[in-house]
Design a protein around this ligand. Structure first.
Ligand SMILES: [Zn+2]
Length: 433
């Protein structure tokens, strides 16, 4: 790459990520699991990308348009957050209180996103709400160190690379083709799946359904439910599954560790949902941070679960045949195929209860964020927080981390000032004890 091009990319990244961001181009010449995965991605779609790591900056993963190969940006904070949210889906001990812990976790995520979106006041309210009460909360401390030293496994591969490879999937030239009528991914097939999946949401009014279908059909529509958008996301999910299946099974073979297909599928389903949770929290934070009510943004938020159902269906179809082929080669029998379908159905069923509980927690966090008139006033929220956390070491640590993050972003507001005052008083009284 020429120096001039590299500089132009850096400048574009700087304007996207903010002045304080620290980032650099990922080096491909050493043998690491990441390069193993990137080699596999390149094998499947050609040299379409270069990867940039963001060490300090907003939690995000995206492609920067206008350059070839395309820079794909992946922040370590995003990685850390996916690992943090993964706890909701895998920690057995959380099962009985999952709705509440999911509410707290997603509120905290919304608080962080709102800081980046420039609304420290709402951010503080979401943060204090996530920390108030006697319940359990998960620490969102940087998980990177633990992640780096974790042994390579199905979970390791999905945690590190699912989101990144999904993003790379958006650059796959094969996905830009026209899918003819009758194809599983043709416009008609996707629209049909959207209409069917809308029925999973009986509380949507007939006029809302009608509007959703119209939006899906509109050419050039930017909606989450637009046929092109749903297809592109679904194909990127499949690309992630395809690359990770090859890369994970090969790496595990090289290090002489057994590769578990059910475990691998389980992780794919979990990460599909984790990314959906982060996307939802980002959208909620953006609506909550805007000063005026934006009907379109709220409507998009309501349509997002429909798009996810269609994508999950596409992923299910894909995995049914990809896993059968992986296990039995391309001339598999119907019986072998059926066995794989039954296995994947079983894994989906086991996860359904957890996914529903996380959704319920997220719905509560959304209610807090999107309906300010229904929540206690600012002062009451801060006082409740103060009462619970005046003598709590871990709570103070968590709050200090939040304030530090706000400082790094150079956020300033009255409520942030008040929160800093509470923490500084509480930590002084803790030291005295
Ligand atoms: Zn995507």
């Amino acid at each position: 790459m020429t120096d001039f091009k590299e500089l132009a990319i850096e400048e574009a990244l700087r304007s996207e990520l903010g002045k304080t961001a620290v980032f650099g181009r990922h080096q491909r010449d050493i043998r690491t699991p990441m390069n193993f995965v990137l080699d596999e991605a390149e094998k499947q779609m050609g040299p379409q990308f270069s990867v940039y790591w963001v060490k300090t900056g907003p939690p995000d993963v995206f492609c920067l348009s206008g350059f070839s190969p395309s820079p794909v940006v992946f922040s370590s904070r995003y990685l850390s957050l996916t690992a943090f949210i993964r706890h909701l889906f895998v920690d057995d001990w959380l099962k009985n209180m999952l709705v509440e812990v999911a509410e707290r976790t997603t509120l905290k995520l919304m608080a962080e996103m709102a800081l980046w979106q420039g609304d420290p006041d709402y951010s503080v309210l979401a943060f204090v709400k996530s920390m108030t009460g006697k319940g359990i909360y998960l620490s969102d401390d940087d998980q990177l160190m633990d992640l780096e030293y974790a042994p390579v496994s199905e979970a390791y591969m999905a945690t590190w690379f699912y989101a990144l490879v999904h993003e790379l999937g958006h650059l796959n030239p094969d996905h830009q083709q026209n899918f003819p009528t009758g194809h599983l991914f043709s416009d008609e097939a996707i629209l049909n799946a959207i209409t069917v999946k809308l029925d999973d949401f009986p509380y949507y009014s007939p006029s809302m359904r009608q509007e959703a279908v119209e939006l899906a059909k509109q050419s050039g529509s930017k909606s989450v439910l637009a046929i092109d958008h749903v297809r592109s996301e679904g194909l990127a999910d499949m690309f992630a599954a395809s690359v990770l299946l090859q890369a994970a099974s090969n790496i595990m073979r090289d290090i002489r560790k057994p590769f578990s297909i059910p475990q691998f599928i389980q992780e794919l389903i979990i990460f599909f949902n984790i990314i959906a949770v982060i996307d939802r929290c980002t959208r909620v934070a953006s609506i909550a941070s805007a000063r005026t009510a934006d009907r379109e943004a709220r409507f998009e938020l309501a349509l997002q679960p429909v798009a996810l159902r269609v994508r999950a269906l596409m992923q299910h179809h894909y995995l049914d045949s990809a896993i059968t082929m992986f296990l039995h080669g391309s001339d598999y029998t119907m019986e072998q195929y059926q066995r794989v379908v039954t296995m994947i159905n079983g894994i989906n069923k086991t996860n359904a209860e957890i996914i529903n509980a996380v959704d319920s927690g997220l719905a509560r966090a959304m209610e807090f964020s999107l309906f300010p008139e229904r929540r206690e006033n600012d002062r009451a929220l801060l006082e409740a927080f103060l009462k619970d956390f005046a003598h709590s070491g871990p709570g103070i640590q968590e709050t200090l981390r939040f304030c530090k993050m706000a400082d790094a972003i150079r956020a300033e507001s009255k409520l942030l000032q008040a929160l800093k005052g509470i923490v500084s008083d509480s930590s002084k009284s803790c030291h005295r004890l």
